[in-house]
Structures are given as C-alpha cells and as structure tokens.
Design a binder for this molecule. Structure first.
Ligand SMILES: [Ca+2]
Length: 464
C-alpha cells in the first residue's frame, strides 16, 4: 500500500474512535527536547545520566528506529505537527509558520483544542530561535493553545549566554558553547517551563474543567549554547567519555554539501574541546531529564498518571564528533535518528523496544487514534498504535528525510540512500548491515548499482 493509502486507512480508523466523549478521553503530555539525539541511557549511552527517561522507557515502548523528516528544528517540527512531509507543505525553513492564517491544514494541538481538549504549551514546540528567541512565541500556531507560556530564564539573557565558553565562533545558537552556572534549576528557562506546566496541571485539572488536557513541554536543551546548572554536571564523568573514531580518509567520499556548517567551529575540534563539549551536551541532557522527572512526579501528585499518555521525543539529532562533525542537519544517522518513547498507561506493554522503522510524522495519527480525535486533513504518517500493543510487529518499509539544500534521503531497514538535486548535486549510499557507522559511501559503486537503482525508484515513488 502506498503512503496515501495508509493515510486513508488511518482516517477510517480514527473516525471509528471519534465518538468517545471528551470526559472519557486520556490526557496527553508531549515532551520534546531540542537537538537531542539518542544520547540517553535507555538508548545504550553509558556516559549519559538519564534515570527518569530510562524509567519512562521501562514503563512504555521505546522506538529505536525513529527518524526525523528534516534534520533541522523548524521544518522537523512543522512536519511532525502538521502530519505532512516537508515536500508536501513546502515548510523547509526555520522561519515558516503553521499559524492558521498561513496554512490550510490544522496543526495537531489546534485539532485537539477544536475537539474539546484544553491545550497548553511551555517553551519550544513550533520553531523558536535559540537562544535569542527564548521568551517570545517564535513561529507559533497561536490558535493551537488555550494557554501559551513563553518561559525564560538566566540562560536566555544576552550577557549571560555570551559569557559561556566559545570555540572559534560566538554565534550562540550554532556555536560550540557551554557553561555550568551555579544556579538552581528554576532560574533556567527550561526549569521555569517545568514549573509552568506543573501549575497548569493543577489549575486546569480535568476534574475542575471537565476537559482532558493536552500539555506540550518544549525543552530548549541540549540545543547550543549548552548551559545547564552545575549540579547536573557531576553525574557526567569525564573518564567515561570517549570521542568517536573514524578512518583518516572518512571525508573523501562524503559530498561536502552534507555538512550544513563547514567552518572550523564545527569540524575537526581539538580533542580537549570535543571532550568538554560532549560532557556539556550530556550535562544538558541530564538537566533536561531531571526536569522530565519533575513532570512525571507532577502527574502522579495530581492523580493524572493513570490517564495520561506520555510522548517523549526530539526534533533531530546532533553530531558529537562523528565524521569529525559537531552539529546537526546532515543525512547521517546521528542527525536523522531521534529518540521516541511512548507510554500509554491503558496498555499492558511495558519496557519493550520496537525496532521497526517509523518517523516523527507518525505521531499525529498515533495521538489521534489513541485519543479518538478525528483528523481534518489526510495525514501522511501511519498510526503507531499497533506496535504500541505489540512492539515486535514490523515497521514501515522505509522512511523519508528531507534536508537543505535540495537533499532527500530514504532509510530502509538495511540502507540509507541520499541525493541532492536528484543526484546532480551528489549522492550517498550506506549499507548499514555491513557499515553501521557509515564510513563507506557505495553510491555509484557498480556492485551496488541494483540497490541504488531500487532505492532511487522507491524514493521517487514515496515523494510524488
Ligand atoms: Ca532542534
């Protein structure tokens, strides 16, 4: 079945569930962390310290082959929240908005609001510039929310984030920059966001309002500049951090267009800087995990833990030295693969891993089906309700990731094939069974000609 076929099937499924009364519907807590790759304990990272997310994974289903539809903040979020691919909507830049005046389709939280949910967000859900856009709405869908909190904190003040340790470039949103201020969590923008969501859980409790809640918490960390309270750095042991290895000639067969930022600030860092930056990233992840823990405690304290579906994910991954690179927006696994944990307290499945391929685009139809909410436009993802009940089920045959400039990529269980400008601007083919670190580009290799041709055809079919 092609993609649109899946979408129609999904619509039919969702229609079946839409008769449920609002008061019987589950609450939704959707947590998204910015620039978070799979650098969590539950994804096998031994240097990470993420006890709360590890616990959540132990209660729900961890998807270990989930891919973003665009390895850059804004387009990734626009795709996830519209349920459509970037090539379908044209939303491929950070500054584009899903506001109802600009777009003909309904964003996920606006849909839930229209169908009886109390919806609220704190922090970065739709795109927002980091750090200078913190405290402002950014490219928000303003009609999606009953309450929108533009939380800010010490780390968003210009004089503070410019006091961080910078390597080469001082452009804070994309710099190699980090800092460990000796301050309480609540003084950071993310800490303030957590407190706002905890207040909303109490003030808009379904018992008081008669409405189910859909709460979005968008954490800014570990997006650069990597600023997190000093108390979260102790758990990240410098002795446990190693930098990734790669062949000396690794870059010779990689089209240079694959590296979004090609300057010295993000390539070939001195080892001491790379180690410090990796520690800062993991400390920021540990801080974010600690904040997630407070939200989970808040659900329990308010008696919401047995009727709240929790989604935890990230918008795209981040290179920490793989292929000698230190940023995002490439078509390598480090930038395209994202964590996804879903916990539905109504199911008996706990602590299992779904290995099938899926994408962030699948979250819109998944939440619609789980909540019995009816979509208003044809969605391109598929519901993950089946793997949530049985994680051993196979996933999609392939997932698509688009990127700038002019790049598009297909990921199957075994291969990743990427091309720019239909191949005119370069191409990459990796055999992930024999080459999981993507060191040998097989594009235009005669031995892989049949594979390349097949993947190219599939890519064309799926992006028509
Ligand atoms: Ca991001």
């Amino acid at each position: 079945m092609n993609r649109s076929g899946f979408a129609w099937m999904l619509l039919a499924l969702c229609c079946m569930g839409s008769a449920a009364r609002p008061e019987g519907k589950p609450n939704i807590l959707f947590i998204i962390s910015d620039d978070l790759g799979c650098r969590l304990g539950c994804y096998g990272d031994s240097a990470a310290h993420t006890p709360n997310l590890d616990k959540l994974a132990g209660q729900g289903v961890l998807f270990d082959r989930c891919f973003t539809q665009f390895p850059t903040c804004g387009p990734s979020r626009a795709s996830m929240l519209s349920g459509l691919y970037p090539f379908q909507t044209g939303l491929i830049h950070n500054r584009q908005t899903l506001d109802e005046s600009a777009m003909p389709f309904v964003s996920l939280p606006r849909l839930f609001r229209q169908q009886g949910y109390f919806t609220a967000r704190a922090g970065k859900v739709f795109h927002m510039n980091i750090p200078r856009g913190i405290g402002q709405p950014g490219e928000d869908d303003s009609s999606a929310w009953d309450v929108a909190i533009n939380n800010t904190g010490w780390d968003a003040a210009e004089e503070n984030f410019l006091s961080a340790h910078y390597h080469v470039s001082k452009k804070p949103g994309s710099a190699v920059a980090y800092l460990d201020p000796d301050l309480p969590d609540e003084e950071m923008a993310d800490g303030a966001g957590t407190q706002a969501i905890l207040r909303l859980m109490e003030e808009h409790h379904p018992r008081k309002t008669g409405k189910p809640m859909m709460l979005f918490m968008g954490y800014y960390r570990p997006h650069p500049p990597m600023i997190s309270p000093r108390s979260h750095w102790a758990a990240i042991k410098a002795s446990e951090i190693t930098l990734p290895e790669f062949p000396a000639n690794d870059r010779e067969d990689i089209p240079s267009i694959n590296f979004h930022l090609q300057g010295p600030a993000h390539n070939g860092l001195p080892e001491s800087v790379g180690l410090a930056y990796t520690r800062a990233y993991l400390a920021a992840v540990s801080f974010m995990d600690h904040e997630v823990g407070k939200l989970l405690d808040g659900l329990k304290k308010n008696g919401l833990d047995q009727n709240t579906i929790i989604v935890f994910t990230g918008d795209q991954g981040f290179h920490l030295g793989e292929h000698d690179h230190w940023h995002k927006s490439t078509f390598f696994e480090e930038a395209c693969r994202v964590p996804l944990i879903v916990f539905d307290p109504r199911t008996k499945v706990a602590g299992q891993t779904a290995h099938g391929i899926c994408g962030l685009i699948d979250l819109y139809p998944t939440l619609c089906e789980l909540a019995g909410v009816q979509p208003q436009h044809v969605l391109s993802g598929i519901s993950l309700c089946s793997p949530l009940k049985n994680p051993a089920l196979p996933g999609k045959q392939a997932e698509i990731t688009q990127g700038r400039p002019g790049g598009i990529s297909i990921r199957t269980e075994r291969y990743r094939y990427t091309e720019w400008e239909g191949g005119e601007g370069g191409s990459m083919l990796y055999d992930l069974h024999t080459d999981p670190n993507e060191f040998t580009n097989r594009a235009e290799n005669p031995e892989y000609a049949d594979v390349e041709k097949l993947l190219k055809t599939e890519l064309q079919m799926l992006t028509k």
